[in-house]
Design a protein around this ligand. Structure first.
Ligand code: NAD
Ligand code: MG
Length: 357
């Protein structure tokens, strides 16, 4: 790509179409029958938001699901996954990524008809060819850029979570307009909808959560906390410094960007940031980021995770349990109990949705 083309590309990217309510034709989803498969973090939010947007929605759950009572108590119609798919013509798959392929083969595919639309909230199963829908089915994505409980909470507050949409297969010629309509009914058009591809959404989503949002941040916080505690400082002081205050700094970045955050902190903090930050996240860290990205792109990560899940998640559970035993968690629990306002506005996802039922 010449510098000229690159510049133009960049400019186009900067003015990329962001769709709002006026760009969406809600009737396209209002005329359909929607099945929401799963009632977990995303499932409960999609089902309830769509219902309150006037959409004909039913929830598909496995036999004996613990979520059935919760969904019914919320006024939702509940069916088996097979029946929900057969009855509906828009099917949103909100089951765990590692389980989707098996459930698809057994309960979804036999009940799909040409002209139906199959929706996902993450590109994982389509990008890595774990699910290969037939050519007669629209394959669409509406991926909220936020956790399920916020998709629900912001909607009830009159707002919404920004969404990515994508079309992998446009069998009917109306897949994009239908995706916009779905995202609108979910509340996403209030915040903004951006079009992407299954590949871009999937690879950037996995990269973000591994390198920056979850993996990178938790290890940065933990390492900072451990360094201070090992040097003899009080764990409580280390907790406030390395974990609690992170939110305040991130809020400033969220509201005003990096420069805005730097404007608000002291000159001393800013000089330390500018001169020490690149020593922590140095070239070797950037190299590792590239390696992790290539593991995502090659499908190596997806293969490892699906195999780990299929063999009982032993390593996953061991790592998760080890995380619970950390000093930073016990110290944090005590300190947060003294700041009840922190958890006062928080809604338990476990309560709002069906959890792992
Ligand atoms: P979840 O684990 O919270 O919920 C999954 C649901 O599937 C639950 O109702 C569970 O009971 C049910 N389930 C689990 N195993 C099942 C099985 N074998 N058969 C039938 N039902 C089963 O999942 P989630 O986090 O809501 O994720 C759903 C999808 O949304 C995934 O594709 C995920 O990548 C995507 N997504 C999630 C978030 C998020 O905030 N959690 C954000 C964006 C996209
Ligand atoms: Mg059907």
């Amino acid at each position: 790509m010449s510098a000229d083309v690159r510049a133009r590309h960049h400019k186009e990217a900067l003015v990329a179409n962001v769709y709002y309510e006026a760009d969406c034709d809600r009737s396209l989803i209002a005329n359909r029958k929607v099945a929401i498969l799963g009632y977990g973090s995303q499932g409960h939010a999609h089902a309830l938001n769509l219902k309150e947007s006037g959409i004909d929605v039913r929830v598909g759950l496995r036999e004996g699901s613990g979520s059935r009572a919760k969904a019914e108590a919320a006024g939702l119609a509940v069916a088996t996954i097979a029946d929900a798919v057969a009855e509906a013509d828009v099917i949103m798959v909100l089951l765990p990524d590692t389980e989707q392929a098996e459930i698809y083969a057994e309960h979804i595919e036999p009940n799909l008809s040409d002209g139906d639309a199959l929706f996902f909230a993450h590109g994982f199963n389509i990008r890595f060819d774990l699910i290969e829908p037939s050519a007669g089915v629209d394959v669409c994505m509406v991926a909220p850029k936020g956790p399920g409980h916020l998709v629900r909470r912001t909607y009830t507050e009159g707002g919404g979570v920004p969404c990515l949409i994508a079309v992998e297969n446009d069998a009917t010629g109306g897949a994009k307009a239908l995706s916009l309509a779905y995202a609108d009914a979910l509340g996403g058009a209030r915040a903004g909808i951006i079009e992407t591809t299954f590949t871009e959404e999937c690879e950037t989503d996995l990269f973000g959560e591994q390198v920056v949002l979850c993996g990178g941040t938790t290890e940065l916080v933990r390492s900072g906390f451990d360094t201070l505690v090992e040097a003899g400082y009080q764990p409580e002081v280390a907790y406030f410094e390395c974990l609690h205050e992170l939110k305040l700094i991130v809020d400033l970045m969220y509201e005003e960007g990096i420069a805005g955050m730097r404007y608000s902190v002291s000159d001393t903090a800013e000089y330390g940031d500018l001169t020490r930050g690149p020593r922590i996240i140095d070239d070797s860290v950037r190299e590792t980021m590239k390696t992790i990205l290539s593991e995502i792109q090659s499908g190596q990560f997806a293969e490892e995770w699906v195999a780990e899940s299929k063999s009982g998640r032993k390593n996953f559970h061991a790592l998760e349990a080890a995380g619970h035993d950390l000093k930073i968690e016990s110290v944090g629990k005590e300190l947060r109990a003294m700041m009840p306002w922190i958890s006062a506005g928080k809604q338990s996802v476990q309560d709002a949705s069906g959890g792992q039922g």
